[in-house]
Design a protein around this ligand. Structure first.
Ligand SMILES: Cc1cc2nc3c(=O)[nH]c(=O)nc-3n(C[C@H](O)[C@H](O)[C@H](O)COP(=O)(O)O)c2cc1C
Length: 181
């Protein structure tokens, strides 16, 4: 297929992906000197045998070089009230400034993690492969920290939301339908 004939398929895919609700995470790592972080939703559990995750990273992003050099990383699952950090780490702030909001600490293995996120999954890098514009990095779990109640920050239809907001909106819509029936 030519590049041109792929355009409608790309547009359809983007529309479809707007309907895929995802939990928002921030990936963090360091190269010994500097810390790096980036908001990401292309993240998933890979296996529990061994406990492992995968993350999909655009090779044009600033966190790619340290990951390509083999850095271990942390997947920080953001809580509902951490939308500001998601915005900071997806472009509003750059470089070290991304660590100016939130309580960033270091794991025993020296990996930066966001204290107070829903969960911190600290991983040793254990494999990778390139596909298109992205590299899929596999992380083997070293450590998990949990914090607070389950109340994740979600991203759906190109916007941030929370499970509570989505449930309230669905209930209001159902009530409105009943009222007009
Ligand atoms: C909700 C959301 C999810 C994102 N998920 C990913 C992702 O999974 N992988 C990725 O490479 N970029 C993802 N991005 C884009 C990066 O966060 C953004 O391009 C980042 O600013 C690039 O990093 P840089 O500014 O450090 O180069 C996402 C952005 C947003 C807003």
């Amino acid at each position: 297929m030519s590049e041109l004939s792929l355009e409608p398929l790309r547009a359809d895919m983007l529309q479809a992906m707007r309907r895929l609700a995802r939990s928002v995470t921030v990936i963090s790592c360091c190269d010994g000197e500097r810390r790096y972080s980036m908001s990401a939703t292309a993240v998933d559990s890979l296996s529990t045998e061994p406990p492992s995750l995968l993350i999909c990273i655009n090779r044009s992003s600033s966190i790619y070089p340290p990951l390509a050099a083999g850095a271990d990383f942390c997947v920080n699952l953001l809580a509902a009230q951490q939308q500001g950090i998601a915005i900071d780490c997806s472009g509003r702030l750059k470089g070290e400034d991304r660590f100016s909001t939130g309580d960033w600490q270091r794991s025993v293995d020296g990996v930066p993690y966001l204290h107070g996120a829903q969960a911190n999954l600290v991983c040793r890098q254990d494999g990778r492969f390139d596909y298109g514009t992205h590299t899929v990095f596999i992380g083997r779990l070293l450590e998990v920290k949990l914090s607070g109640e389950i109340d994740p920050l979600l991203y759906v239809d190109g916007a941030y939301t929370t499970a509570g907001t989505a449930a309230t909106a669905a209930a209001s819509a159902a009530l409105a339908r009943c009222a007009t029936a």
